[in-house]
Write a protein that binds this ligand. Sequence first.
Ligand SMILES: NC(=O)c1ccc[n+]([C@@H]2O[C@H](COP(=O)([O-])OP(=O)(O)OC[C@H]3O[C@@H](n4cnc5c(N)ncnc54)[C@H](OP(=O)(O)O)[C@@H]3O)[C@@H](O)[C@H]2O)c1
Length: 269
Amino acid sequence: MELREIGKTGEKIPVVGMGTWAMGNSTGEQRREEIKALQRGIELGMNFIDTAEVYGHGKSESLVGDAIKEYRDDVFLATKVAPENFAYDDVIRSCETSIQRLGVKFVDLYQLHWPSPRIRIQETMRAMEELVATGKTRYIGVSNFSVEQTMQAQESLPRSEVVSNQMRYSITSRSIEADVLPFCRKEKITVIAYSPLDTGKIPISRIPKDMLARYEMTPAQLMLNWVTYQDPVVAIPKAGRIPHIEENARSIDMRISQADYEALSKKFQ
Ligand SMILES: NC(=O)c1ccc[n+]([C@@H]2O[C@H](COP(=O)([O-])OP(=O)(O)OC[C@H]3O[C@@H](n4cnc5c(N)ncnc54)[C@H](OP(=O)(O)O)[C@@H]3O)[C@@H](O)[C@H]2O)c1
């Protein structure tokens, strides 16, 4: 699996990780399958897992905790705090609860899920730095932040850096190319692309068949290859089934050519 530096940390993570939205609500056989799917993904090198306290009201974090029990040291683990918990004490409490649900001692990346219109970013970031100082998290990230909001977030961190901004990005959802993506590239902030498979609505009929044949790729693989083509983007497709996990893990075994990357970019513009 290809690796890419997260922020300016010097630490590398897989360019294709795993999202877990809508996981954990299941019970019985489906829950077991989701756990096995995540474990297979870790074995195949997609050992970067993203979850959030709001996913299934904590059930996604609990499922991830069950999946990574035997693999904790191998996994780069990311979760998120929701805006209603952005007050100082609430951030600390949310992180501690997430850590408990995940069954770990710390999370690698703690992210602000959405900007808050209510609580000042300075107060939230004071708590985020406290979590780093006490070893509960290692890195601070944001999600769904505009350029201006990312700059404010960075200015509110006297001792740390914003290492990532998690944003919707896929071949069919390109709005970040106007501003957030170039800004993050310049500032060396990793863009974590969410919904990289357009939430499963893969535009199969629009993807050139000759390209799929030439690279022996499926439409999903070509989408992931395209979205992670350029620094500083990594992607977190969600797959609850092992065949999808195995397909996604092989999506960047080979890189498409620059000419094909550009042709695809133009076709979906
Ligand atoms: N920060 C935010 O605000 C935010 C918002 C949305 C999402 N996210 C994160 O990003 C992750 C991914 O986004 P997403 O879940 O919205 O959408 P996505 O990853 O674009 O699509 C997920 C869907 O694609 C299907 N799929 C996966 N691999 C496939 C393959 N190889 N071939 C065909 N279909 C495939 C999955 O099916 P199966 O599950 O049946 O395998 C699932 O239905 C989330 O899980 C979450 O962690 C963050």
